[in-house]
Design a protein around this ligand. Structure first.
Ligand SMILES: Cc1cc2nc3c(=O)[nH]c(=O)nc-3n(C[C@H](O)[C@H](O)[C@H](O)COP(=O)(O)OP(=O)(O)OC[C@H]3O[C@@H](n4cnc5c(N)ncnc54)[C@H](O)[C@@H]3O)c2cc1C
Ligand SMILES: NC(=O)c1ccc[n+]([C@@H]2O[C@H](COP(=O)([O-])OP(=O)(O)OC[C@H]3O[C@@H](n4cnc5c(N)ncnc54)[C@H](OP(=O)(O)O)[C@@H]3O)[C@@H](O)[C@H]2O)c1
Length: 621
C-alpha cells in the first residue's frame, strides 16, 4: 500500500520507465524555469512604473494638458492615485514586519508569504501527472527540489549576485531569500527522503540504504540538515565560525554527493557549483592586500585601522559611502603570533569579517575602519595589533630598538613601517542602490554604537551633495570615547544636526575583558582625546536643548553619568510633524533592538499615509 491513492507499481515496461524519466526531467526543468517568473514580474513592474512616470511627467510638461480638462476630474484622479499609493506603501510596510513567536523573530512576513507560495507551487509541480505511481511521486519531489539549487546558490553570492542588481539591493539583503529558498528545498527533500524510507520499510528493502548510490543521498540529506541547523540564529550567535565553516564545507560537498546519488540531478548540481566557484574566483580577484596602521581609541574597546589600498580601487570606495569590506588576515601577518600548525591558525583561513568603511582618504588612497572588539578571533587579532602598535610607538619615543615581549605579536614584513598586511575584499553594500537621499524633504539617520561607521559617511555624503538638506543624525553611544573617531576627526564636533546620546559610564568599557587588559598593558585609556571628549560633551550638554535624554543639563546630550537613550518615538514624531506632504527617508544602523523600535515608530506614520523610505543596515536580523 502506498500513500493515499499512490501504489508501489512493480514491473514497469522500459517504455513506461522512459516516459516517467521524461516527465521527471520536464518537471524539474519547469520548476527551474519558473524561478524566472518573479524576475520577469519585477522587470514588468519596473517597466510599467517607468511608462506611468513618463506619462505623468509628460502631462506635467503639457503633452497631456487636455486630459482631463476638468479640475474636478483632475482632483479625483489625483486622489485616486494617492489612495492607491498609500495602500501600496502600507502593504509594503506590513510585508516587512517581523514575524514574532514566543519572543523570537522568525524572519519577516514577506519571507513567509513568498516561502509558502513558492513551496506550494513546487509541491504542485512535484505531484502533477504522477498518477498513482508512488516512486514517480517520490523521485519528483527530489528532482523538483534539486532544480532549485542553482537559484539557491545564486541568491547567496557576494560578488556576482544578479539579484543584487535586479532588486537594487546589497547581497546581505538578497541573502534573506537564500534562506527562504534553502528552507523550501530542504522541506521538499525531506518529503523525498521520507517517501523513500517508507518505500524501503514497506518493501523490506532497508538494506538498500547501504548501497553507495543511496548512501550518498542519505549522507547528503544528513549534511543538509546539519547545514540548516548550524544556520539557525542561536547557533550563529553561539559560534559564527561553526556556522560559517560548516556552511562552506557542506555547500561544496552536498552537490558532489547528489551528483553521485542521482544522475538526473547532475546539470543542476554542476550549475550550482559553477556559480559558487565563479563567484569565489571573482571575490579573490577583487581582494587586495593593504598595509594597515592600527590605533586603539582611548577609553573604549574600539580599534581604528587605516589601510592603504591601490589607487585603482579607491574610487569605488569614494563612490559608495557607507560601504563595507570583508577583512581577512593573511598567513604572513599572523605567522609569528600563531603556531602555523595550530587549529586557530587554520581557523583564520575561514575568517572574513565585515567592517564598514568609516572614511575614505581624500588625498591618500586609504580606507579607515572602526572595529569594536567583540570577543571573537578577528576583533581580538585587531586589538592585538593595536596594542602592539602602541608599544612600538612608545619604544620609538623612548628611542629604544623595538623588542618582543614574551607574549607579544610581532609585525611581519611591514614591521619597519609598523603596518600590518590585511586582505580587503569589496566594497559591498546597499548604498549604491539607495535612492538619491537629497530628493527627500527630510532625512533621519539613527545610529547605535559602532553602527555610526555606516551613518556618518552617509550623513557626510548627503550634506556634501546638498548643504541645505534637512538631515539629522541621532547617535547613541555607551561612552563618550565611542564617538571620538567621528567627532574629532570627521568634523562633526560642532555640527548642530548631529545629536549624540551617551548612555553609559565614561570609563573604559568592560565587555571585552582581554581587550581591557591589553589596553592597560599598552598604556591606553585616558589619552588627550578622552579628556577632549569629556570637555566637549560638558560644553555641548550645557548649550543645547531638544532631546529626551536631557539628564541634568536638559540638553541634546545626556549627562555623562546618566544612562538615558534617545527617545526614538519623539525623534521620529518630530521628523514627521513638519508637513503631511513631506517625504522622509529614515536610515538606521545599530543594535537590532534599536532598529526594531525605530521601525515601529516610523510605521505609525506610514499607516497614516506618509511617504517614507526606510532602510535598516545590517545582516542576519
Ligand atoms: C555589513 C556589516 C558591517 C559591519 N561593520 C562593522 C564596523 O564598521 N565596525 C564594527 O565594529 N563592527 C561591524 N560589524 C560587525 C562585525 O562584523 C562583527 O562585530 C565582527 O565581525 C565580529 O568579529 P569577531 O572576531 O569579534 O567575532 P566572530 O565570532 O568572528 O563574529 C561575531 C559576529 O560577527 C558577525 N560576523 C562575523 N563574520 C561575518 C560574516 N562573514 N558575515 C556576516 N557577519 C559576520 C556575526 O554576527 C557573528 O555572529 C559589521 C557587520 C556587518 C554585517
Ligand atoms: N553596516 C552594518 O551593518 C554595521 C556597521 C557597524 C555596526 N553594525 C552593528 O551595529 C551594532 C552596534 O553595536 P555596538 O556594540 O557598537 O553598540 P553599543 O556600544 O552597545 O551601543 C549601542 C547604543 O545604542 C543604544 N540603544 C540600544 N538600543 C536602543 C534603543 N532601542 N533605543 C535607543 N537607543 C538604543 C544603547 O543604549 P544602552 O547603553 O542603553 O543599551 C547604546 O548607547 C552591532 O550589532 C554591529 O554588528 C552594523
Amino acid at each position: 500500500m502506498g500513500l493515499f491513492t499512490y501504489r508501489f507499481i512493480e514491473g514497469l515496461t522500459e517504455a513506461e520507465k522512459q516516459a516517467r524519466r521524461r516527465a521527471l526531467d520536464n518537471y524539474g526543468l519547469a520548476a527551474q524555469l519558473s524561478d524566472l517568473l518573479p524576475v520577469v514580474l519585477i522587470l514588468l513592474y519596473r517597466l510599467t512604473k517607468w511608462v506611468v512616470r513618463e506619462r505623468v511627467d509628460g502631462s506635467a510638461n503639457g503633452e497631456y494638458a487636455a486630459v482631463p480638462s476638468s479640475p474636478v476630474m483632475k482632483k479625483r484622479r489625483e486622489e485616486g492615485v494617492r489612495s492607491w499609493s498609500v495602500r501600496k506603501r502600507r502593504l509594503r510596510w506590513w510585508l516587512g514586519e517581523d514575524v514574532v513567536a514566543a519572543g523570537h523573530v522568525y524572519g519577516q512576513r514577506d519571507q513567509w508569504i513568498v516561502g509558502v507560495v513558492w513551496f506550494l507551487w513546487l509541491a504542485v509541480l512535484s505531484v502533477k501527472d504522477t498518477g498513482e505511481d508512488y516512486l514517480h511521486l517520490t523521485k519528483r519531489f527530489g528532482i523538483v527540489a534539486v532544480s532549485q539549487y542553482p537559484l539557491q546558490y545564486l541568491l547567496s553570492l557576494k560578488s556576482l549576485n544578479p539579484f543584487s542588481y535586479l532588486l537594487k539591493s546589497s547581497h546581505e539583503q538578497v541573502n534573506r531569500w537564500h534562506r527562504v529558498s534553502a528552507r523550501v528545498t530542504t522541506t521538499l527533500l525531506f518529503i523525498h527522503a521520507a517517501l523513500y524510507l517508507n518505500f524501503y520499510i514497506q518493501n523490506n528493502r532497508l538494506y538498500r540504504l547501504g548501497v553507495p548510490l543511496v548512501l550518498a543521498g542519505v549522507v547528503a540529506f544528513f549534511f543538509l540538515n546539519l547545514m540548516l541547523t548550524t544556520a539557525l540564529r542561536p547557533v550563529r550567535r553561539f559560534s559564527y565560525r561553526l556556522f560559517f565553516i560548516t556552511h562552506l564545507l557542506l555547500a561544496i560537498s552536498i552537490p558532489f554527493l547528489i551528483l553521485f546519488h542521482a544522475a538526473p540531478a547532475r546539470p543542476y548540481m554542476i550549475q550550482a557549483l559553477l556559480v559558487f566557484f565563479v563567484d569565489l574566483i571573482s571575490r579573490k580577484m577583487d581582494t587586495v592586500t593593504g598595509h594597515a596602521k592600527f590605533e586603539s581609541i582611548p577609553g573604549t574597546n574600539l580599534v581604528k585601522l587605516s589601510a592603504a589600498i591601490p589607487h585603482v580601487k579607491i574610487n569605488r570606495f569614494r563612490g559608495s559611502p557607507g560601504s563595507h569590506i570583508y577583512l581577512s588576515i593573511p598567513a604572513a601577518a599572523r605567522a609569528t603570533f600563531q603556531d602555523p600548525t595550530s587549529i586557530s591558525h587554520l581557523l583564520f583561513e575561514f575568517l572574513f569579517n565585515p567592517f564598514t568603511v568609516a572614511s575614505v582618504g581624500e588625498q591618500e588612497s586609504e580606507v579607515t575602519m572602526i572595529a569594536r572588539h567583540n570577543g571573537g578571533p578577528m576583533t581580538a587579532a585587531l586589538g592585538h595589533y593595536a596594542v602592539l602598535a602602541k608599544q612600538q610607538q612608545q619604544q620609538q619615543q623612548q628611542q629604544q630598538p623595538p623588542s618582543r615581549s614574551a607574549n607579544s605579536l610581532s609585525i611581519p614584513d611591514a614591521r619597519n613601517e609598523g603596518k600590518i598586511p590585511l586582505n580587503i575584499e569589496g566594497p559591498y553594500g546597499s548604498v549604491t542602490h539607495f535612492p538619491n537621499l537629497g530628493q527627500f524633504d527630510r532625512v533621519l539617520l539613527v545610529a547605535g554604537g559602532v553602527g555610526a561607521t555606516f551613518t556618518v559617511p552617509v550623513y557626510k555624503s548627503v550634506v556634501a551633495e546638498n548643504p541645505n538638506a534637512k538631515v539629522k543624525m541621532v547617535w547613541s553611544v555607551r561612552t563618550a570615547g565611542d564617538a571620538t573617531w567621528a567627532l574629532l576627526r570627521e568634523g562633526l564636533m560642532d555640527d548642530e544636526n548631529v545629536q549624540i546620546y551617551v548612555t553609559g559610564v565614561t570609563e573604559g568599557r568592560t565587555r571585552g575583558g582581554v581587550w581591557d587588559q591589553q589596553q592597560q598593558d599598552g598604556g591606553e585609556g585616558s589619552g588627550a582625546e578622552g579628556t577632549e571628549m569629556s570637555r566637549m560633551f560638558r560644553r555641548r550638554s550645557g548649550s543645547n536643548s531638544g532631546g529626551s535624554g536631557g539628564g541634568g543639563a536638559g540638553g541634546r546630550f545626556t549627562s555623562l553619568h546618566n544612562r538615558q537613550r534617545p527617545d526614538l518615538r519623539r525623534v521620529v514624531d518630530e521628523m514627521f510633524r513638519h508637513g503631511q506632504e513631506e517625504k522622509v527617508a529614515v536610515v538606521v544602523c545599530g543594535p537590532e533592538e534599536m532598529a526594531r523600535e525605530l521601525r515601529e515608530y516610523v510605521g505609525v506614520w506610514v499607516r497614516r499615509g506618509r511617504v517614507v523610505w526606510f532602510h535598516k543596515e545590517g545582516f542576519g536580523f
